[in-house]
Design a protein around this ligand. Sequence first.
Ligand code: ATP
Ligand code: MG
Length: 380
Amino acid sequence: MASLTLENVVKQYGRVTAVHGVSLSIADAEFVALLGPSGCGKTSTMRMVAGLEHISSGDIRIGGVVVNHRSPAERQIAMSFEHYGLYPHLTLFGNIAYPLAVRGTAEREIKSRVFEIANLLHVEDYLSSHPTEVSSGVQQRVSLARALVRSPSVFLLDEPLSHLDAEMRSRMRGELKRLQKAKRSTMLYVTHDQLEAMTMADRIAIMNEGRLQQVGTPREIYDRPANRFVATFIGEPPMNMIDATTANADDAILLRSANGGRVALLDGEPRERLLGAAPAVGGRVAVGVRPTDLDVVAPGNAGIPARVRLREFRGDDVLMTFDTAATRVRVIVQRDTAPDVGHNVVLVPRGDRLHLFSAESGDAIGHTGDRPDATRSTPL
Ligand SMILES: Nc1ncnc2c1ncn2[C@@H]1O[C@H](COP(=O)(O)OP(=O)(O)OP(=O)(O)O)[C@@H](O)[C@H]1O
Ligand SMILES: [Mg+2]
C-alpha cells in the first residue's frame, strides 16, 4: 500500500478549466471520499490519478514518487468507474479474473480469489453469465469485484454503487468499508452521495466548481463547515440560512434577522469569541441552523415569527416548512408536536448550534457549538 498526493493539480479541456489546482494528501491505508455536485471535477481528478487523462499542471505522487508520466499499468492502482466497462465476450467470472490472469496468477489462486470477492459482493450466482445477461446493478458489482480482486497500492473508485438499489447500496457501503480496513488499502472514492461519504470515509474532500472547499473528518465537516457551500451541501435536509445583521451586542441579542425576528446567541465563551470575529454592530452575516436545531414555540415568544407552509410526514418525525418574512425555514419536529398548515408559530434557533458566515465571502466566521475537544473526540 502507499500514500497518494495531489499537488496543485489542474485539468484543462481546451479553454475550460475543470480542476483548479487541487492539493490533497491521502495517507497509506486511509479512505478519502471526494464529494461534490455533478460537474465539479471529481471524475476529471480521478482520471488524472489513474493515468487516463493528461495532467495540465501539478504533480501526482504515489508512495512519494511522481507518476505524472507513468501509464495506468505502471501506477499500481485498481479502479472501478460508474460506467463499468466489462468485457462483453467474457463471462462475469472471466471479467473478475481478468486482472489476475493478465498478471500470470496461478489458476487455483485466481479461482479462490474470484469466488471470495464474488461472495462478498453477492454476485456468486451469476459468474457463468455474460454482462448483457444481468442487471446493471450486477454489472456494477462485477466491475467493483474486478477492481477489488487485486491488492494494488491504491484503489480508485468512481461512483461504484450508483446503479444499485437502496438496500444493496447500504449493504455494499458496509462491505466495502470493511474490506478496505481489512486490506489496509489506500482509497480515493468519488461520490456525489453525502451518505456514502459520511458513512465510509476517514476524511471527506469536498469539491465545488473545480476547487476543494474543505477536507476533514465527517464530523468536522458536519459540525464546522468552512463555508456556506459546505454547510448547505452536507446535511439532509440542508442547513437553513438566515440573513441577519448584528445588533446591539450589550443586549443578549447579537443578531437581528431579516425575517423580522431575532436570533440570540448562547451566552458565555463561544458568544464572546464569535462577537470578536463578527462584523461590527449593523454588519451583515448569514446564520446557518440545521433543521434539527430550532425549537417551534407559541406566537408571542421571542424568536422568528413564522407560518406553517408544509408538513411532510417521514415516519418517526415530521419535516416542517415555514414561511417567515424573509426566507423559508425547514425544521424537523416530533410527529406529535407538528403544528397544522396555516398556523402561526415562532421559531427559536438553538443558541449553541449556530453557524455564522460572512455575508460577503461566505466563509465561516465561527460555530457556537465549537468546543475543540468535542469535534476531536476519540472513538470508543
Ligand atoms: N473530455 C472532456 N472534454 C471537455 N470537457 C469535459 C470533459 N470531461 C469533463 N469535462 C467537463 O469538466 C467538468 C468536470 O467534469 P467531471 O466529469 O470531472 O465532473 P464530475 O464531478 O465527475 O461530475 P459527475 O458527478 O456528473 O460525474 C464539467 O464541466 C465537464 O463538462
Ligand atoms: Mg463523474
